[in-house]
Design a protein around this ligand. Structure first.
Ligand code: NAD
Length: 315
């Protein structure tokens, strides 16, 4: 991490503010700019967060409604947009958020053409595709949070069920950050052991566990939303991890929203959550996860759904 590392955040709502707070608490960079079209909102969030700085590592956090303040950011996190209302899916917010993303990306291309841009706003996969199509920057510099949060949710719950450290659960949720996501069970490992060979708790079957935990993961965001009206703590930690792997060039693997490698068999246009190596140049490489024929069909269904949503907007 450089002495001047700077992270910009667009949108000072629940997610943007929690990302800023988490970056400060975890000391992930030295300067944060929190941008919102409403300056007083950005100021309120920043003033609240900066009260903690005297108790932490030295940091600077700046509220703004001027895109120019984002110049020279190493990374810019885009959280601006409307949230789905209760009963709506993430795709229901597409047309409103597509417009916000297009105008935001044009401004970011003007003031910060070399920054790495991470899209968080939903529906994140389609918005990332729109952002890539709008932006003049290289495609490796612009990606979405994809199914990183869903994968963390799965690892947490499965770790508890199997009584194993969550860090040792190597299983990915891929596809849409939404209802058509799925777990690639055929290449799930616990430690170095294939899940299919791992001792399952008495009274349960592998099939039951797979069904229950895929469903629990898929519904988790909705279940949180139903109870508290938004989700923000999980995603803000996801963002901190992505920021860290970029600034330290750690080359960690995350299933981010990226344009599918043609070897996945879903064309080379659709953007969806797939495992990629993330380092100082953003997406350094996309990995080809092995999958059985059922999982391939699920991937194709997820890709079709996302293509339809993108094409609907462009017809
Ligand atoms: P929010 O309504 O609390 O905040 C949105 C903020 O965006 C508001 O402060 C608003 O003023 C600002 N905004 C709107 N248009 C803008 C523009 N053109 N320029 C600058 N700022 C603008 O919503 P939230 O709870 O913070 O959620 C933000 C987005 O993040 C939503 O789309 C939500 O669905 C998404 N989200 C994604 C994930 C994920 O895993 N990818 C997780 C949680 C939330």
């Amino acid at each position: 991490m450089s002495k001047t590392s700077k992270v910009g955040i667009i949108g000072a709502g629940n997610v943007g503010a929690d990302v800023a707070n988490a970056l400060v608490l975890l000391g992930r960079c030295v300067r944060v700019v929190l941008y919102d079209r409403t300056l007083s909102k950005a100021e309120g969030q920043v003033w609240d967060i900066e009260d903690s700085i005297p108790l932490l590592k030295e940091m600077e956090i700046i509220p703004s409604n001027q895109y120019e303040d984002l110049a020279d950011s190493d990374i810019i996190i885009v959280t601006a947009g409307v949230q789905p209302k209760l009963g709506q899916t993430r795709l229901d917010t597409l047309s409103d958020n597509a417009e916000i993303i297009r105008s935001t990306i044009k401004e970011l291309d003007r003031v910060a053409p070399n920054s790495i841009v991470i899209i968080i706003s939903n529906p994140v996969d389609v918005l990332t595709r729109i952002a890539q199509a709008t932006s003049t920057r290289a495609e490796n510099l612009i990606f979405g949070s994809g199914t990183v949060l869903d994968t963390a949710r799965l690892r947490y719950q499965l770790g508890k069920q199997l009584n194993v450290a969550k860090q040792d659960i190597h299983a990915y949720v891929i596809g849409e950050h939404g209802d058509s996501q799925f777990v690639v069970w055929s290449s799930a490992f616990i430690g170095g052991i294939l899940l299919t060979e791992f001792p399952i708790p008495q009274g349960a079957t592998l099939e039951q566990i797979q069904q229950e935990y895929a469903q629990l993961t898929r519904k988790r965001g909705h279940n949180i939303f139903e109870r508290k009206g938004n989700t923000s703590y999980g995603i803000s930690t996801v963002v901190c991890q992505l920021v860290d792997t970029i600034l330290r060039d750690e080359k960690q693997i995350f299933p981010v929203s990226a344009r599918a490698d043609s070897n996945y068999g879903v064309g080379s246009e659709v953007v969806l959550g797939l495992p990629c190596i993330i380092g100082s140049t953003g997406i350094e490489r996309q990995l080809l996860l092995s999958r059985n024929s059922h999982e391939q069909r699920l991937l194709e269904e997820s890709a079709n759904k996302l293509n339809e949503a993108y094409n609907f907007l462009h017809n």
